[in-house]
Design a protein around this ligand. Sequence first.
Ligand code: DON
Length: 569
Amino acid sequence: MKKSTFFIIFFLNILCFSCIQTNTATFLPSEKQVLADSAMVVSAHPLASEVGANILRQGGNAVDAAVGLQFALAVVYPRAGNIGGGGFMIYRDKDGTSTTLDFREKAPKTASRDMYLDSKGDPTDKSRYGHLSVGVPGSVDGMFTAHAKYGKIQDFNTLLQPAIDLAEKGYYLTEKEASSLNEKKADFEKNNPEGCLFIKDSPWKKGDLFVQKDLAETLKRIRDKGRAGFYEGKTAALLVKEMQTATGIISLDDLKSYQSVWRKPIKGQYKNYEIISMPPPSSGGIALVQMLKMIEPYPIKSWGFQDARSIHVITESMRRAYADRAEHLGDPDYWTVPQAQLLDSGYLKSRMSTFEDKQASKSADVAAGTFEAPVESEETTHFSIVDTEGNAVSITTTLNSSYGSKVVVAGAGFILNNEMDDFSAKPGVPNLYGLIGKEANAIQPEKRMLSSMTPTIVTKEGQLNMVIGSPGGSTIITQVLQVFLNVAEYDMGMSDAIQAKRFHHQWLPDALYMEEGAFKDSTVQALERKGHTVKSRGAIGRFEGILVLPDGKLEGGADTRGDDDAEGF
Ligand code: DON
């Protein structure tokens, strides 16, 4: 290299570094594996992880950090971070008490069972795009509900100002962010005919400064008025006005009456680990525990990591759990979910009675389980936090697909979800993720749509061990399963467990999806000989996890499949 070129590059680097340092706008590189003594935050974006970690450094607890981080993600990760979507939280305090918060979107009060069918009774794409696809958002209520019960820092300025600053002063787009905005340009144009901030004449590129003034004002209203800053007053009026520009049906009454719900976690034992995960309206916790109980009797550790025999038995557990999901799972406030039966060890043993080690089952032959009597009773993002006292938060939150409905609330600057597509618009017809649902997940006013989000906390012999989760639609549950098994059975650290390639089966379609280029040809051939239809596919998910190491240190693992980042101290 010529000396002059060297100096130019050196000078540019210094200039770039000073951009990183400046307070007017920010860019941070991402760290994929971090070891720390006291606390850890892992999320889809370095700026959001930093907001969470800074709140912890100021003496905030895991819930305070989660609140700051959720609002920061709504700014720096608009494809999935949100105030216009919903999600689930698992919380476990330092003394071992755990609970879950359901801040999933709800169907508007005027929603109806066949609202997405055309005159011939066939499904339309209205559940996926545009104003009618939007469920009543739950994220803001979720954050305030979680904070009211567990928050320590009472000053919302501390919690929300970082997000407001990021919106007001802007941040620099990464390569991945620029190209994902460019990919969705036509969708944004179609759903925002008056234009919106996410559309620009020339393509977005890495390093563009992204400023969101309207969003900053909305966040200020939330900072000053709490949940009423979103569900009432100006923000609510702008949202309803946006609905009325097209076919949207969310009303002021829908917004005002939205409420998150505390729910009892799903718990299950796998060897000396306890799984604490999300109950319905997520299918995640039940399906995860079902799969683990089906796998537990088999020696997958001695068979080996990604050995065809291990993949085969894990796949067969997936097939059976997803068949049950389609039939039995829905919002428990509207449908009696046979939870105890689905998790019964005798039942799960009987589910695997048709397992053959030499032969894949056929999904057509694997129906959902039946019970004698009715019982009473691809965009999302995940973040994991452990605070200095050992309290843990695992949150998965979503707009559903990338940038949700692509509808931006004019004047308020935030994107609305398209979560209504997670309902079964027509029984037996697959949704965006190819998932089939039936009556349990049919649309009803105010009902919550079934989810696959699986925020999870794991304890080992009673001590906090893992805080894990991921986006990825229907693949979320099988990802959480595999990362858990990679640690528990294959002795991996959190980062290795996350970076390892993954596979997925969801009963229908009857195909075993494997991340491309990662599995040995001989393994794939062995699986095909057993009768699996193997399909290679791109990246599965963007996983964020924390592992408590035997010496008490925390290992944060952030997925190399995205810009994801771990930060600890
Ligand atoms: O709740 C669900 O299961 C979906 N709406 C999640 C969507 C998702 O993970 C998309 N991410 N890639």
